[in-house]
Design a protein around this ligand. Structure first.
Ligand SMILES: Nc1ncnc2c1ncn2[C@@H]1O[C@H](COP(=O)(O)OP(=O)(O)OP(=O)(O)O)[C@@H](O)[C@H]1O
Ligand SMILES: [Mg+2]
Length: 313
């Protein structure tokens, strides 16, 4: 059965189980107990974005090996826990459980365990059909979840370069990042990585805004950077928070360069039509895993749903 057919069947099962899956966008339902509402989360993120926003000014001074100081940030884990993220001291909850299930095939495909070899399997793109479906929420949870539980190092890349939200969420100060690596010769990957207080988690911020930010994602420089990341950090799982597939053609080009795609479907708002269209744009990608986000617990028994193609199981 094709992935699109699987998706349609899964959505139909959920609909029969009573989950509300409107054909078009509708007002989101209340968040389950203990989970922040999207509005509360966005307000907090906006407040942090304000404080973390760089003052307009000249570009960064060139960083040469002689003036390079490794960046490090202390993530406010308590705040993340309050926002519903998987953190070291968060009680084992349903989201943590669901991510355990999801990350197993991702890690297996990424590291070529059990004889499964996936080309560039350690490059994992988290995307969705449309804005606001939970890509950032899922990427960060996945990154935290892998970094905390396994002996794997994780690099979380803010690849949603036109609307970067991870730095504000994690308190990463403005520093050279992905866009600088694509546009400047004097910044090396190692210079742009930001270490964190979660020992196995590093961040690559989106970097300095560029007038062609989104187009750069589909550039030859990006393809070559991905090749470098996949090989230079081959024992590391590299998770890309990305733009939505139906909003930009560049996201589709980016998807074609990744080893694995995690496609987030918002149960309360992504229409079946949008899911089908989005899946069609990435039909050449070898591994696509679907995550059903924001399905209410009482309706479907799980908060996150997951299925993938046979190669990913
Ligand atoms: N499982 C979830 N539980 C609680 N809140 C969630 C969940 N998934 C997403 N949200 C909330 O929904 C909002 C949108 O999520 P998020 O920012 O992750 O979406 P996105 O797909 O990255 O959006 P964009 O396309 O604008 O980057 C956020 O406020 C987020 O906290
Ligand atoms: Mg996002």
């Amino acid at each position: 059965m094709s992935l699109i057919e699987q998706a349609a069947r899964r959505l139909e099962e959920l609909r029969r189980a009573g989950a509300e899956l409107p054909e078009n966008r509708a007002a989101p339902p209340a968040a389950p107990h203990g989970t922040p509402t999207p509005e509360a989360f966005m307000r907090t993120m906006d407040a942090h974005a304000e404080s973390a926003r760089p003052a307009p000014g000249p570009a960064h001074p060139p960083r040469t090996p002689s003036n390079y100081v490794p960046q490090r940030v202390d993530i406010d884990l308590k705040r993340l826990r309050d926002l519903g993220f998987v953190t070291p001291d968060a009680p084992m909850n349903q989201i943590a459980d669901e991510f355990r299930v999801v990350k197993r095939p991702i890690i297996r495909n990424a590291l070529g365990k059990e004889g499964i070899r996936v080309k560039n399997g350690n490059l994992v793109m988290v995307t969705s059909a449309l804005p606001g479906e939970g890509k950032t929420f899922t990427s960060l949870n996945l990154a935290l979840s892998v970094a905390l539980e396994y002996d794997n190092t994780v690099l979380l890349v803010d690849g949603d370069v036109a609307h970067p939200t991870l730095p504000a969420l994690l308190g990463v100060p403005h520093s050279p990042g992905l866009l600088d690596l694509l546009t400047r010769d004097d910044v090396d990957v190692a210079d742009a990585l930001v270490k964190t207080n979660v020992e196995k988690l590093s961040i690559l911020p989106a970097g300095s805004r560029h007038r062609r930010s989104t187009e750069l994602l589909a550039s030859e420089q990006m393809a070559s950077l991905l090749r470098e990341l996949a090989t230079r950090y081959s024992d590391r799982i590299i998770i890309f928070d990305s733009p939505p597939l139906l909003a930009t053609t560049e996201a589709r080009v980016l998807a074609s360069l990744m080893g694995q795609i995690v496609m987030v479907v918002a149960a309360d708002s992504t229409s079946q039509h949008a899911v089908t269209q989005a899946l069609a744009t990435i039909e050449n990608c070898e591994i696509v895993l679907m995550m059903l986000n924001k399905a209410s617990q009482s309706d479907v028994g799980t908060y996150y749903g997951y299925y993938g193609d046979d190669a990913a199981r």
